[in-house]
Design a protein. Structure first.
Length: 271
């Protein structure tokens, strides 16, 4: 009799343990399902922006999938193929001593530009950022620390963008609204997050290896690269750390104008 009671108690205990296990597994599955469904809806596959140049000043090939994703979130990469309009942009991770000259050229030629700055640039070059704003240029968000966006989680992406946004607003009362992902790396997930923060992602349809400070003294090379690849709707990316760019910019702008192109601000962008 006593053995029977012990057997019944053991069976009861086993039933309870099984029930707890089932509930626990169900709860875990539910959590995993929610996380998985969130992950499935937006891919975090890292994409590195790139273009394939073509001849005769035709628009380059941006890649069908790349262009589709940018368009999905109303980003900017290339303008209207029927209009001889170009948009000039600069990336500003740090100051190498050439931005003042670039600003002087832009003022002289009456050309608007967009400068995508980092947190480091804001903290070390407050006067230049103020001058960009005062002279009517766009100041864009290039993140606080220049991390690759797909490599960090949602909260960190938001922090990287909003911290710089608030810093610029606190110093100048200026609301940034254009974003360029560091290194041109993004994913569907990060494009969505950027869009939800009220930003328009800006890529480019022309760039060259001007970011390498060890490859300077190539003014003719830079001039040829830019002028031979200009095209309708071009979103030009230049780096302000390039001494060559500061020295050829005025001539390049004048040559582009002489070819019948008009420089416009990103605020006037037309698809």
């Amino acid at each position: 009799m006593r053995y029977k009671k012990m057997t019944i108690s053991l069976i009861s205990a086993m039933i309870i343990l099984c029930a707890i296990s089932i509930i626990s597994d169900f709860s875990g599955s539910m959590k995993k399902s929610v996380a998985t469904s969130a992950g499935i809806s937006l891919s975090n596959k890292k994409i590195g922006w790139g273009i394939r140049r073509v001849k005769n000043h035709a628009q380059p090939d941006l890649g069908a999938e790349n262009k589709r994703l940018i368009d999905e979130f109303m980003g900017i990469a290339i303008g209207n193929p029927e209009q001889k309009v170009v948009y000039l942009t600069f990336d500003q991770g740090y100051e190498a001593g050439y931005t003042e000259k670039i600003l002087e050229v832009l003022k002289k030629t009456e050309v608007p530009a967009a400068f995508f700055i980092t947190g480091h640039y804001l903290n070390t070059q407050k006067d230049l950022v103020k001058r960009m704003i005062d002279e009517g240029h766009i100041v864009g968000n290039h993140t606080t620390n220049h991390y690759s966006m797909p490599d960090i989680d949602d909260d960190k992406v938001k922090e990287e963008i909003t911290k710089l946004h608030l810093g610029v607003h606190d110093k100048f009362g200026y609301e940034m609204k254009y974003f360029r992902p560091p290194m041109g790396e993004y994913s569907q997930r990060t494009l969505s997050l950027t869009s939800k923060l009220g930003y328009t992602t800006v890529m480019w349809s022309f760039a060259y290896d001007d970011w390498d400070v060890n490859k300077q003294g190539r003014q003719e090379y830079g001039r040829e690269k830019i002028l031979s690849n200009i095209h309708p709707g071009a979103v030009i990316l230049l780096h302000a750390v390039s001494k060559d760019n500061s020295e050829i910019l005025e001539d390049v702008i004048n040559e582009i104008k002489n070819a019948g192109y008009i420089f416009k601000s990103l605020d006037e962008f037309e698809r």
